[in-house]
Design a protein around this ligand. Structure first.
Ligand code: PMP
Length: 460
């Protein structure tokens, strides 16, 4: 029998549930002593304690209290084939027994770099690292090395990892959205970020191509890079308009700015990745997550004339890029087999399933008369509350009351044995079928209807 866990916020809470979740609670109390906040990342934390994973099986994850959940978080969209995918396990086992890392190159890095180049000719050359953050920081340093400029531009609210410059205006509040000229302000995300970093980071609006063009016309000559995720999860999980994408592409060509496409999540959107779908021709592309088959990875790719900025073969490169575990054979082998199994027909099937899920959710919300919408593309989806259209960071912004509701919905879904991310987004994985997609839709419509109905939020 499936267990219910009482996470203390009033949804499906019962005394038996809290007893059943006692192992996670004990683990959390123990972890708190040695880890600040009792968890390694805020994104997987729950009040009052998170469920601790014991094992994964395909699209299911089982926690240490024996509770089995349909996993739509997929380690933040990195597990395209779900958990413990057989071909990945076999490939990793084969490699592992021969040694896990060497101070020498291995042939496995050639194979994965070739696989990326075969999918997208703009990924002609690649350098691997161990995370999306590392890939983004290397791409920005590369762009600075190529152009000799220091400043960058990024879109408001978009997440690109933990490098200081891309953390600017990651989560600004309405009170500090605009600067004195009415343009998106450069807002500090972490205490202590130097003012110089704010000055070196220009913020662009995700869904206002005219303003974006104006800002780029004014600042373009001083920019090393514009970094773009054309389907940015934190900016609403909504596709960037073709107009905005064209404005960015045009400004980069005109002013000699390096266009960095951050496809750490959005690479999954098509066989070739995301930029092609938006008519972008990036100078550098950053990827991570699914290209590692579930193991740590990051990559910077691009045409050879751009990637030569990292070329050390004739002596000190313009920009160095390397790391102890970069291109380790385990990540390379897992990534290669994972990409091989993410073939065109598989991409199409999964994207179709995502379409179906979003369609069912829209129908369900309309039928129930609740003010909720779903955004997303391909195999990605995200819930929003409210009746307005979501077009970017500001329209996706949840005020404190809405943010609490979203969190309650996430917890209520957990009590329905479906794991979503804290902002109620999710991804599908290849082991999922129509049955899982329909079950997610059905449960989410019911949970949202009950949350909004219970609290007088329903419309109609
Ligand atoms: N860029 C984007 C678009 C991301 O979504 C993320 C992580 N979610 C990163 C960069 C950073 O990747 P990582 O967590 O592997 O450092």
């Amino acid at each position: 029998m499936e267990s219910k866990m009482n996470l203390g916020l009033g949804h499906n809470s019962d005394a038996a549930g809290s007893v059943i979740a006692k192992h996670s609670e004990a683990a959390y109390l123990r972890e708190r002593k040695v880890v600040p906040g009792g968890s390694m990342r805020a994104a997987s934390w729950f009040q009052p304690y998170p469920p601790y994973a014991a094992r994964g099986e395909g699209c299911w994850v089982v926690d240490i209290d024996g509770r089995r959940m349909l996993d739509c978080a997929n380690n933040f969209f990195s597990l395209i084939h779900g958990h413990a995918f057989g071909p990945v396990l076999d490939a990793v086992r084969d490699v592992m027994v021969k040694g896990t890392a060497f101070g020498m190159p291995t042939e496995s890095e050639i194979l994965l770099a070739e696989a990326l180049a075969a999918r997208n000719p703009r990924m002609e050359q690649t350098r691997f690292c161990n995370s999306g953050t590392e890939a983004v920081l290397a791409a920005i340093k590369g762009a600075r090395g190529i152009t000799g400029r220091e400043r960058i531009a990024k879109f408001e609210g978009c997440y690109h990892g933990a490098y200081d410059w891309v953390e600017v205006s990651l989560d600004p509040a309405p009170s500090n959205w605009d600067d004195e000229n009415g343009n998106p302000a450069s807002v500090r995300c972490n205490a202590g970020t130097p003012d110089s970093v704010l000055r070196e980071t220009v913020i662009l609006p995700y869904d206002d191509p005219q303003r974006c063009a104006d800002i780029l016309r004014r600042e373009g000559h001083s920019l090393a890079a514009v970094i773009v995720d054309p389907h940015a999860s934190r900016a609403g999980a909504v596709a960037m308009s073709k107009e905005t994408a064209a404005v960015v592409q045009e400004a980069c060509r005109r002013d000699g700015i390096m266009l960095i496409a951050d496809e750490v999540i959005s690479f999954r959107l098509s066989y070739e990745g995301a930029s092609r779908l938006f008519g972008l021709e990036p100078d550098l592309i950053t990827t991570a997550k699914i290209i590692g088959g579930g193991l740590p990875i990051g990559a910077v790719s691009g045409p050879a004339d751009r990637m030569s900025v990292f070329d050390h073969s004739a002596g000190k490169p313009k920009v160095s890029m390397g790391g102890t575990f970069s291109a380790n054979p385990l990540s390379m082998a897992a990534g290669l087999v994972s990409l091989e199994h993410y073939s065109r027909p598989v991409v199409d099937r999964l994207n179709g399933l995502g379409e179906r899920l979003r369609g069912e959710l829209r129908k369900g919300f309309a039928k129930a008369g609740v003010a909720a919408t779903v955004t997303g593309m391909g195999s990605l989806f995200r819930l929003h509350l409210g009746a307005g259209d979501v077009t970017g960071y500001r329209s996706a912004f949840a005020d404190p009351e809405t943010a609490k509701r979203i969190r309650r919905i996430q917890l209520a879904m957990l009590n329905e044995n479906v794991l979503l991310t804290p902002n109620c987004s999710g991804s599908l994985s290849t082991p999922m079928t129509e049955a899982e997609a329909l079950s997610i839709a059905d449960k989410l419509v019911n949970v949202v209807t009950s949350e909004l109905g219970d609290r007088q939020g329903a419309v109609g």
